[in-house]
Write a protein that binds this ligand. Sequence first.
Ligand SMILES: *Cc1c(COP(=O)(O)O)cnc(C)c1O
Length: 455
Amino acid sequence: MASMRYVSTRGLAPVVSFSEAVTLGLAPDGGLFVPAELPDLRPHLAAWGKLGYDDLAFEFLRLFADDVPTEELRGMVRAAYTTFDHADRAPLVRLSDDLAVLELFHGPTLAFKDFALQLLGRLYERQVRLTGRPITVLGATSGDTGSAAIHGLLGRPGVRIFILYPNGRVAPLQERQMACTGADNVFPIAIPGSFDDAQKIVKDLFGDRGFVADVGLSAINSINLARVLAQCVYYLWARLRLDEAGQGETEFVVPTGNFGNVLAGWMLSRMQVPGLRFCVATNRNDILHRFFSTGDYSAGSVEPSLAPSMDIQAASNFERYVWFLENGDSARVRAVMADVAAGRGYVSHSPALGSVRSARLDDEGIRAVIARVYADYGYVADPHTACGFAVEPLSGVSQVVLATASPAKFPDTVRAAIGLDPRHPSLDALADHPIVRHELAADASVVRDFVRRHA
Ligand SMILES: *Cc1c(COP(=O)(O)O)cnc(C)c1O
């Protein structure tokens, strides 16, 4: 019955099934997995318009996860999204006739990454059950990925998770989300230095093949295929709500760093879902804005900003988009990625396949936009979401801004902009929990010994 096949963007890895692609994460040739063919969703849309979020997610994902038994998949999807605190999961909040917000922060860690990681945690658990082999997840974070990954995996039998982060450089509430879980399979590790130092240790440890094999090491980064597919669902959900309301062409404005979120939406337009446009909204780290406005993809240095989860100059999902831009020519993708890795960059003469445009917003703009959106609509936006609200609409096209995090996660910036203190009960509750974290030296061998002792 399994018929959906996944190929590597670099074309030198074997074709795999959904479950294999999820377990591997990165393809063995260094590429990213993409579906060999994308389904045409048009025949499903009328029926799918009547479904609730969880059922829609199941119907969509079963087209891709066709080697997972149907009822098992349904159970995992339901369990993943019942952790959310809103019945719609991704409520579409209307601010005016042609402007709405798609709130993606109703999951356990109050940021959009929960949509993917709540499901991925359950797929990992299934894998452990099938193979009988435990998994050790190791990653580095500057904030939201670490907390969402931890909450996707905490308490799951056979899975341990180690997250490195730069001591003193993640937002205090993000640290509490990682370090106050009380779960004994979760190990938050604070190291001195920057996010790059943490990331480097993780890369070094993944390069140690004996260690990888001994502890069953697995990465939980934004390149996992399951993350992209899980994120397609809320665009589809929103599009179906807009259809219901008789709204025509709509531009989804997506606060962007690694290009994972917006790529998911854009892939739906390749599945023939009509009426979709996209705008890539960056902060001052604007490599993707430069690419979409000039065709030139060349990295600058990363500057800290008020929207820290978008402080990225090497968008890890970009390679999937290049594969589409280059019509699936994997030799060409290999050449492009080699150029990018060598610092030579990439130039495309038609970067906006379909309808993608872009914008950027610096820190001053972020504060000003939070204030303006509050004044105009009484709506409180977090600093990442603010980048999306800065985009001038196209005439005759309605806009949906994706709210990627709850303002309660970034109270200092929001308070400075509008004088209000955004709160969320789940964050308030963390204040009473003890912080359990491990301070280690920024040294791969120290971290390796620690993981071996606890895995
Ligand atoms: C991760 C994150 C982003 C960026 O998402 P990408 O998929 O990397 O583009 C934006 N906003 C928030 C709050 C995030 O946590």
